[in-house]
Design a protein around this ligand. Structure first.
Ligand code: BES
Ligand code: ZN
Ligand code: ZN
Length: 459
């Protein structure tokens, strides 16, 4: 049963969580047979170690999970996901874990049950956990399901996850959660005044579209906007092969807001939720938009295209203008927007921008609580001049590339109007496997936001 806990009351093998320094003490309370077995197996309590301990008949009597030292644990998260992956199939019950670590470890255990197996059999963890006492099991299961959705959407290559399939995935989610969905496709984007979404997406075989999903009828209005560039070739400013290889993940923002939306809907948060996804492919063809073109955005601003590879801010701009027109209480965008964000903070941290101190305070605390690292970067006003080229209102790709994540964020803010706003420049990809986090697509910032929302929106 992947991504779920064992039913309450299931027969379970005790899994003793043992810190390295506490092993000797723990062994002194065990029988000589157990102590001999543990020592003979070389179990030291090191982080990630696991060991089955048999009874006199050779049947498993208990299992041990090495929990290392605090210093070692600080270098990672979801530590017990390592044991979830290495222990044999069966049901386990945690013993000896500090209660304040239980929620993170239980969630990591669920994450270990995820594998992307659409194209090949994979081996997700088969060890199931009884939800530790004191954790909200249903909440963690909803979070794990949302995260799995995000990962699946990102991992699926563009051959099976173009704008058409991304729309279908949204429709499936809407149906399952009782949300409503409207989609504006192709030429209709021009009639309905989404010129930049149309321009970026028009060179691709699959028509560009704006997906608009709504759910909930009470509470504050929350609008999530996700960059849904299903593949980013760079357009006529073609990316070199080494930079294009991973660009199936350029809809990581869309995937992450959909994962977050799934969590919000499954948990029935008292909000009126709207999800806006401009879904396009940034492709190359005779009708592709060109460097030097000047576009007029939905809100009337003119934008000089100085690089067709800075396409994310263009499609998001029209979606943000549209979102802001409804004056929501909070609007959040998520996007794999700039390489500069990666240079600044690496793949593991989600940088975000907001002018709202309450939001950033709540978010930083929540991020720490749920092990979903984020870091605030500034909407630095003096850099506004860098996105103003001269013959149009805005420049989509300021020369020099200094502060690339900040100038991209400032560009987006021009379209959010007076709406309370935060923007996340995420990577959406885990570069090397870690416990509970296989290499591949991954959600960033969604769990921190989920945790922060009650305070941010006074729910
Ligand atoms: N999708 C990319 C950004 C990206 C690249 C995110 C690699 C994660 C990993 C985006 O559309 C892009 O190409 N941005 C350019 C903007 C520049 C031309 C102003 C960038 O960051 O180099
Ligand atoms: Zn690009
Ligand atoms: Zn892109």
């Amino acid at each position: 049963m992947p991504l779920e806990f064992a039913p309450e009351g299931a027969a379970a093998l005790p899994l003793h969580v043992i810190e390295q320094d506490a092993l000797e003490d723990w062994l002194s309370g065990q029988s000589a047979t157990v102590a001999t077995w543990v020592q003979a197996a070389g179990f030291t309590g090191g982080l990630g170690q696991s060991l089955l301990v048999p009874d006199g008949n050779g049947a498993p009597e208990m299992a041990l999970a090495g929990y290392g030292t605090e210093a070692a644990r600080k270098r990672g998260r979801f530590h017990l996901a390592a044991q979830a992956a290495s222990l044999p199939e069966g049901v386990y019950r945690l013993e000896g874990l500090a209660p304040e670590r239980a929620a993170e470890e239980a969630l990591g255990w669920l994450f270990a049950g995820y594998a992307f197996d659409r194209y090949k059999d994979q081996k997700p963890a088969k060890a199931t956990l009884v939800a530790p006492v004191g954790v909200d099991a249903a909440r963690l299961e909803a979070i794990a399901a949302g995260e799995a959705l995000t990962r699946d959407l990102i991992n699926t290559p563009t051959s099976d996850m173009g704008p058409i399939e991304l729309e279908a995935a949204c429709a499936d989610l809407a149906k399952a959660q009782g949300a409503e969905i409207e989609v504006i496709r192709g030429e209709a984007l021009l009639d309905e005044n989404f010129p930049m979404i149309h321009t970026v997406g028009r060179a691709a075989d699959q028509a560009p579209r704006l997906i608009d999903m709504r759910w909930g009828d009470t509470g504050p209005n929350l609008t999530l906007v996700g960059k849904g560039v299903c593949f980013d070739t760079g357009g006529l400013n073609l990316k070199p092969g080494s930079s294009m290889g991973l660009m199936k993940k350029d809809m990581g923002g869309a995937a992450t807001v959909l994962g977050l939306a799934r969590m919000i809907m499954a948990l029935k948060l008292p909000v009126r939720l709207r999800v806006l996804i401009p879904a396009v492919e940034n492709s190359v063809s005779g009708n592709a938009f060109r460097p030097g073109d000047i576009l007029t955005a939905r809100n009337g601003m003119t934008v000089e295209i100085n690089n067709t590879d800075a396409e994310g801010r263009l499609v998001l701009a029209d979606a943000l203008s549209f979102g802001a027109e409804a004056e929501p209480d909070l609007m959040i965008s998520m996007a794999t927007l700039t390489g500069a964000a990666r240079v600044a903070v690496g793949a593991d941290i989600a940088p975000y921008f907001t002018d709202d101190g309450v939001l950033s305070g709540a978010l930083d605390a929540a991020a720490h609580e749920v092990a979903d690292p984020v870091w605030r970067l500034p909407f630095h006003e003096p850099y506004e001049a860098m996105i103003e080229p001269g013959i149009a209102d805005l420049d989509n790709a300021p020369k020099g590339g200094f502060a690339g994540a900040i100038t991209a964020a400032l560009f987006l803010r021009r379209f959010a109007g007076a709406t309370r706003y935060a923007h996340f420049d995420i990577y959406g990809w885990n570069q090397s496997a870690a416990p509970g986090r296989p290499k591949g697509g991954v959600g960033m910032g969604a769990r921190a936001l989920l945790q922060a929302l009650p305070e941010v929106l006074a729910l």
